[in-house]
Design a protein around this ligand. Structure first.
Ligand code: KIV
Ligand code: NA
Length: 266
């Protein structure tokens, strides 16, 4: 399969072809999603919630993200792989953000980095882009700021807030961002941002007019009992996995596994 590269993102927008993105945190799922034709894989700091058992993304560190980013980048043959910069690894300024990004690129093989914020991180986006590293932005609900935002709430409601969101989107595009995630934004506002930008918008809880969509794979596949309203369950993989584990346990307890086919007779 032909590798998805940075110019394909803008070409997809120009052609009106919607981009698909899923999170992945390991080689097993990265290979599955890559073979399914998912265009972009995100090694998200949502790993804190989905895999590490935290209730927020705030405790996630660069050291936490490097091994999964390396695993996903190594497993994906076609997808454009993006790694999040975790909370505390880029906010201080362009120097800190560039150092973190360079480390991520050197140690993992991902194609781009992503981090949260608009105007407040435009200088960081410019510095990283100038160093030859593509940056994906993230606007709307930004989980690393959940304490300031008062939890997971729709952002950009009302004329003033919508205008500020558009300004942030233009600012990060001007700073060099190659795409932007819009999280929990009213559909008409996401549609407006999509219209004014020439870089693709990737929505999550942001309506159907975005240039692409992203979901946390655990939500997409139905791994857990609860998933957010905007995250449709496209499978019941959690239930299927539980059934497989029970079947295995039943056969071990009943002495029917291993059978002749699954043992060495000499
Ligand atoms: O960390 C993550 O999974 C994300 C997506 C929700 C966009 O940032
Ligand atoms: Na994230």
């Amino acid at each position: 399969p032909k590798r998805v590269r940075v110019h394909h993102l803008r070409e997809a927008k120009e052609r009106g072809e919607r981009l698909t993105m899923l999170t992945a945190y390991d080689a097993v799922t990265a290979r599955i999603f890559d073979e399914a034709g998912i265009d972009m894989l995100l090694v998200g700091d949502s790993i804190g919630n989905t895999m590490h058992g935290h209730t927020t993304t705030l405790p996630v560190t660069v050291d936490d993200l490097i091994p999964p980013a390396r695993a996903v980048a190594g497993a994906a043959r076609r997808a454009f792989v993006v790694a999040d910069l975790p909370f505390g690894s880029y906010e201080a300024g362009p120097e800190q953000a560039l150092a973190t990004s360079v480390r991520m690129m050197k140690e993992t093989g991902v194609a781009a980095v992503k981090f949260e914020g608009g105007k407040r991180v435009a200088a960081q986006i410019r510095a990283i882009t100038d160093a030859g590293i593509p940056v994906v932005g993230h606007l709307g609900y930004t989980p690393q700021s959940e304490n300031l935002l008062g939890g997971p709430r729709v952002q950009g409601r009302g004329d003033l807030e919508a205008e500020l969101l558009c300004e942030d989107a233009v600012a990060i595009q001007e700073a060099g961002a190659v795409a932007v995630v819009l999280e929990m934004v009213p559909a008409p506002v996401a549609a407006r941002v999509t219209e004014i930008l020439h870089i693709p918008t990737i929505g999550i809880g942001a309506g159907t007019q975005c240039d692409g969509q992203v979901l946390v794979w655990v939500d997409m596949a139905g791994m857990t009992d609860w998933s957010p309203r905007f995250a449709k369950r496209f499978g019941e993989v959690g239930a299927a996995l539980k059934a497989a584990a029970s079947a295995y346990a039943d056969e071990v307890r009943g002495g029917t596994f291993p059978d002749a086919d699954h043992q060495f007779d000499k």
